[in-house]
Write a protein that binds this ligand. Structure first.
Ligand code: HEC
Ligand code: HEC
Ligand code: HEC
Ligand code: HEC
Ligand code: HEC
Ligand code: HEC
Ligand code: HEC
Ligand code: HEC
Ligand code: HEC
Ligand code: HEC
Length: 309
């Protein structure tokens, strides 16, 4: 008796789906059929961006609604459920299979992120590690958790960095990891001389993402300070947070500078060694220790070759 009722409901559901009847023998039954048994999933689905394929009625059946991801469900319905009867049950999938399923439709969106070669993909972190199609607390982007909590769930050490005295205010909600990183991956950067890009989100012209917000540091300057453009901002700054003012890597400014301006003339023909005992730079005089009181335009200048203004 119970089965009969269920059958009737199912048939009714199929009838409702007549707007775009699935081709006979294709194995597709249409999304309405799922409602009977997966009411919880169905009831939330209208809010899901993937509902659009049902609403429009214009997509081919293999790209419509539930079966767009889970595959043709005729056998599953006939068997009255079961994980093994549905072609694509994510709980039984390897990360790679989940990735391929999602990329079946999203390959173009994510192509610019070099998704196949991203650190995440290569370490088995696939779409469903970060996105929750049916249980997302944030309908936008269908994230499994609020973004920073999601990232911290695997990158716990980064949380501490964003709690340091000098920091970008990610924990306070003013910024997100994705302002600087593309979690889907990235191509090699043209700055930093091709060093490992750490999945950096790239601003216009494949620039450092820092320049999206700190545009005054972009230049081009008549007098460039080479490390700003070549080695990148991280040469002197910790991007997440630091115990030192201005996110600097070292507690006092001159120790940052002396990493390069240390007397060795290894910058081509010009000698950048600071003569520590000259009248110009007498390091015994404390006033010389804060290099940026004089070299104020440390990121580059249009007026002075020594960045004095
Ligand atoms: C965009 C792809 C996609 C679409 C469309 C989709 N699902 Fe899912 N489904 C998933 C993924 C991925 C999971 C694994 C759990 C998760 O990530 O939320 C899942 C899990 C499930 C589960 C397991 C239980 C659960 O709640 O996690 C059921 C049942 C299910 N889907 C039914 C449906 C039904 C019914 C529809 C249509 C209303 C549907 N799915 C549409 C991707 C999809
Ligand atoms: C007659 C009831 C019934 C109908 C109709 C039905 N399902 Fe299911 N479905 C089940 C049962 C029962 C399970 C097994 C749940 C379990 O073992 O945890 C299941 C499991 C699933 C799973 C497996 C989730 C996982 O990864 O573990 C997916 C996906 C799913 N159904 C999708 C669908 C879709 C899509 C439709 C509509 C095309 C549909 N179901 C129609 C009863 C049904
Ligand atoms: C059948 C094609 C199809 C498949 C398979 C598919 N998607 Fe989608 N997805 C879409 C479409 C279409 C949209 C809506 C785009 C729009 O809003 O215009 C979408 C939207 C999204 C969005 C939301 C984008 C936003 O701007 O909010 C996310 C996140 C997403 N999909 C993730 C996934 C994941 C994860 C999977 C695999 C579990 C997946 N998709 C599988 C077609 C698909
Ligand atoms: C490491 C976590 C992570 C993984 C893995 C991941 N995503 Fe995302 N995805 C995100 C985050 C975070 C956002 C939101 C970005 C933002 O706020 O700008 C997002 C946004 C999206 C969007 C909407 C915006 C856009 O960039 O087009 C789509 C679609 C999407 N993801 C699909 C996928 C698919 C498909 C996969 C697997 C091939 C995947 N994601 C893997 C974290 C991830
Ligand atoms: C202001 C830009 C910015 C923000 C915001 C940001 N990052 Fe980063 N992150 C970077 C840069 C730049 C590097 C590379 C540092 C280097 O190579 O020295 C990096 C490196 C990393 C690394 C690899 C190296 C390491 O320290 O382990 C991880 C993991 C990481 N970030 C995670 C996150 C997470 C998680 C968030 C959000 C909670 C986040 N980042 C927010 C700029 C940022
Ligand atoms: C499911 C766990 C998981 C989640 C969630 C996750 N990551 Fe990762 N992430 C990894 C793994 C594993 C690696 C590989 C390298 C490693 O072991 O640190 C990695 C590497 C990275 C790297 C460093 C790449 C490099 O070149 O060293 C960055 C940056 C990063 N993740 C950012 C993020 C951001 C931003 C988010 C949130 C949107 C996020 N991750 C969410 C697991 C995760
Ligand atoms: C999304 C915008 C945004 C991006 C991207 C960004 N920043 Fe910032 N940055 C800010 C804001 C806003 C502040 C002001 C500090 C605050 O939030 O209180 C700031 C402050 C700073 C400071 C000064 C801190 C202080 O104590 O005065 C430094 C240094 C800095 N950023 C470097 C960087 C570097 C390096 C990058 C790239 C790795 C970067 N920023 C990327 C928005 C951004
Ligand atoms: C050669 C080392 C060095 C490099 C490379 C560098 N900075 Fe700085 N930056 C400094 C120093 C030193 C200060 C502190 C100046 C002070 O104390 O007055 C500073 C201060 C800042 C500040 C806060 C004060 C201000 O001028 O707005 C921001 C923001 C900043 N840097 C962003 C960046 C960005 C973005 C990049 C990459 C495009 C970058 N820095 C590259 C050394 C550097
Ligand atoms: C990563 C290495 C590096 C760091 C760190 C660094 N510089 Fe430089 N700096 C250079 C290079 C390379 C040049 C260009 C030399 C040339 O043009 O021959 C330069 C040029 C200069 C010049 C212009 C003088 C000239 O001969 O062109 C001044 C002034 C200067 N740096 C000051 C500083 C100060 C102050 C700091 C600390 C806040 C600092 N630098 C940190 C690498 C560095
Ligand atoms: C009191 C102001 C002042 C302070 C503080 C200062 N400088 Fe200078 N710096 C100058 C002047 C002035 C010049 C020379 C300009 C000229 O020759 O016309 C100069 C030149 C330089 C040059 C170019 C090479 C050279 O020796 O001519 C470098 C590199 C440099 N300074 C680095 C530093 C570093 C690193 C610090 C911190 C340890 C520092 N300066 C602190 C004023 C200062």
């Amino acid at each position: 008796m119970r089965i009969l009722v269920l059958l009737l409901v199912t048939t009714a559901a199929v009838a409702q789906n007549q707007a775009s009847p699935p081709a006979a023998g294709s194995g597709f039954v249409g999304s309405n059929v799922c409602k009977t048994c997966h009411a919880d999933v169905w009831m939330n689905f209208y809010k899901n961006p993937h509902y659009k394929s049902i609403a429009s009625g214009k997509e081919p059946e293999e790209k419509t609604g539930c079966e767009g991801c889970h595959g043709p469900a005729q056998k599953h319905v006939e068997a009255r459920g079961g994980k093994t009867t549905i072609p694509r049950a994510f709980s039984l999938m390897q990360p790679k299979q989940a990735l391929d399923t999602c990329l079946g439709c999203h390959a173009r969106d994510l192509a610019r992120a070099n998704i196949q070669r991203s650190e995440h993909t290569q370490n088995g972190v696939a779409c469903t590690s970060c996105h929750s199609v049916h249980h997302s607390p944030t309908p936008k982007y269908l994230l499994a958790k609020k973004q920073n909590e999601l990232c911290y769930s695997c990158h716990a050490t980064v949380r501490a960095q964003f709690s340091m005295p000098s920091r970008h205010r990610v924990n306070e909600g003013f910024m997100q990891c994705s302002d600087c990183h593309n979690p889907h991956g990235s191509f090699d950067a043209t700055w930093k001389m091709g060093q490992k890009p750490r999945m950096m989100e790239q601003a216009l012209n494949a620039e450092s993402p820092c320049l999206k917000c700190h545009m005054d540091k972009r230049g081009p300057f008549v007098y460039e300070h080479p490390p700003v453009r070549v080695e990148g901002c991280e040469t002197c700054h910790n991007p997440h947070g630091s115990m030192n003012a201005k996110l600097l890597r070292r507690p006092v400014v001159f120790t940052v500078c002396l990493e390069c301006h240390n007397g060795a003339s290894d910058f081509g023909t010009r000698n950048n060694g600071v003569d520590l005992q000259s009248s110009k730079h007498n390091m015994l005089d404390p006033k010389f220790q804060k290099c940026t009181t004089c070299h104020v335009a440390i990121h580059g200048s249009n007026a002075d070759a020594y960045f004095l203004r």
